[in-house]
Design a protein around this ligand. Sequence first.
Ligand code: FAD
Length: 304
Amino acid sequence: MKYDLIIIGAGPAGVSSALYATSRGLKTLVLEQDENAGGTLKKVSNITHFTGFMTGETGSVFSKTLDEQLKQCGAKVLQKKVTAASLKGEDKEIICNEEKFLSKAVIIAAGTSQNTPDFEILEELKNKHLHNDARKYYKDYENVIVIGGSDGAAKEALFLSQNNKHVDLIIREEKLGAVPEFSQPILNSNNINIHTNSVISKVSGRKNIEEIKIKNTLTSEEEILNFNNCGIFYYIGSKPNTEVFKEVELNKGYITVDEKMKTNINGVYAVGDIRVKEVRQISTAVSDGALAAIDASKYINAKK
Ligand SMILES: Cc1cc2nc3c(=O)[nH]c(=O)nc-3n(C[C@H](O)[C@H](O)[C@H](O)COP(=O)(O)OP(=O)(O)OC[C@H]3O[C@@H](n4cnc5c(N)ncnc54)[C@H](O)[C@@H]3O)c2cc1C
């Protein structure tokens, strides 16, 4: 069967694309590698800066809403990982291992994957005590290390510091770069200790993390922190999931688009965090999805 439109990824950008595409009567297939829609936000403690949502809305509740919306909108949704794509022809071919799906147009909404830290740590400790899902694991630890200085890292550090839990925040930069909404309460906090110009060089312990070596990147001096029960949470940037899209034009790994989200290939669009853009937020992701699906609908109807 040939679809009008295939959407790859069901984060906010992909779900928004699906809502606008189905409302325009497009026969739409959404391919999402995870069991549910939601993308990156599934692991975020609280959703902030999205109009219409009150402070305290959790990432997991927000993702469930996206999942429901997607199920209700009339698109066919399959849990499949896209492994290859042939996009240049009139018929777009999307490959998921042994299976092939065809469509007239494609929206790439595959987002980004979080970078993982590269310091020395035993595999067992890494698997048990290195996380980027604060809400799921924060209760497990007396002490918490957060790595990263972005808005996301700062927000999660604040979340983890609740109930007076001690947080060491490790940042490479010389000062915390997060927006004042997050940086001010961190600077005023008694239980968040910021280590600037710093990286973790080694984590050791047997079953639990017992010792963390922090290196000052300016002086090369090392500081040692000792713990009984410590978890490390990392938010150190991300990379775009573009490796399977060999034909689209990239800039520093991100997909180049015009103002209608069109890539260099006719009938192929890219939306959300995977595309070249200044601001990577839910608001810009859902806006991209709307613009792409509306233009894709015109493109498909012109071919009928
Ligand atoms: C810690 C943190 C906190 C944040 N907090 C906020 C916030 O409060 N407010 C806000 O506005 N923004 C926030 N953001 C940013 C926000 O998460 C992103 O801007 C948004 O998720 C981008 O949506 P997306 O749909 O482009 O990508 P994603 O959310 O990354 O979704 C991409 C989807 O594509 C799927 N996928 C990837 N590859 C494939 C493949 N090959 N085949 C099939 N499926 C695939 C993935 O499984 C995923 O479901 C935060 C980000 C982080 C890291």
